[in-house]
Design a protein around this ligand. Structure first.
Ligand code: IMP
Ligand code: MG
Length: 188
């Protein structure tokens, strides 16, 4: 939603803006239409991987005209940690029963693929009628495991981006656009 409040000074921490608020909004409408067409006449369960997917999911589900139920799943991330090889772990499970339900799993970004591959495996073990995935961003160059999303907002280059739900150390999620963080702001 556009705001009349002054822009965030945190926008100055961006080296460049990759996707403007307007570009994101335009693509969300198209993506919503793709999802509506794919599931016409059915009810789905949207599972959001939090925290990153909150903004994207809040906006995209308001483009959907199919009935849906919403739940969230929280996954541990080992990004840039001492044990990057460790598989992501579910640390807060879903509450919905998704057996025989059409499930659409959503995340902010598909990077190495480890997160979506791990969560898909867990959800598939719960016997959904179908399981598809939807991501706002796809960084294809970084893939470590074979994984493709069914619905993709934008393919982006291999750069660390923040805004519109994406964070660095939990910051920048509220920025309305998506930008590349200046290297001097990527330190802890
Ligand atoms: P994957 O398991 O490597 O595919 O990573 C997916 C998770 O990594 C996403 O849910 C994001 O939280 C995080 N991530 C990957 N790339 C970026 C980025 O450029 N900016 C912010 N978070 C990122
Ligand atoms: Mg994240």
């Amino acid at each position: 939603m556009p705001t009349d409040n002054p822009p965030s000074p945190q926008l100055n921490d961006l080296a460049s803006i990759l996707l403007s608020e307007e570009q994101i909004n335009t693509r969300l409408k198209e993506l919503g239409a793709e999802i509506n067409a794919a599931y016409a006449g059915r009810e789905i369960a949207v599972i959001a991987i939090i925290n990153g997917a909150v903004i994207f999911v809040a906006d995209i589900i308001r483009q959907l005209n199919i009935p849906l139920r919403l739940d969230c799943i929280r996954v541990s991330s080992y990004h840039n940690s001492a044990s990057p090889q460790q598989a992501p772990e579910i640390i807060d499970r879903i509450r919905l029963n998704i057996e025989d339900v059409d499930v659409l799993l959503m995340d902010d970004i598909l990077d190495t693929g480890n997160t979506l591959a791990a969560v898909s495996k867990v959800l598939r073990s719960m016997n959904p009628a179908s399981l598809k995935t939807c991501v706002l961003l796809d960084k294809k160059a970084r893939r470590a495991v074979e994984f493709e999303a069914d619905f993709v907002g934008f393919e982006i280059p291999d750069e660390f981006v923040v805004g519109y739900g994406l964070d660095f150390a939990e910051r920048y999620r509220q920025l309305p656009c998506i930008g590349v963080l200046k290297p001097e702001h990527q330190g802890i």
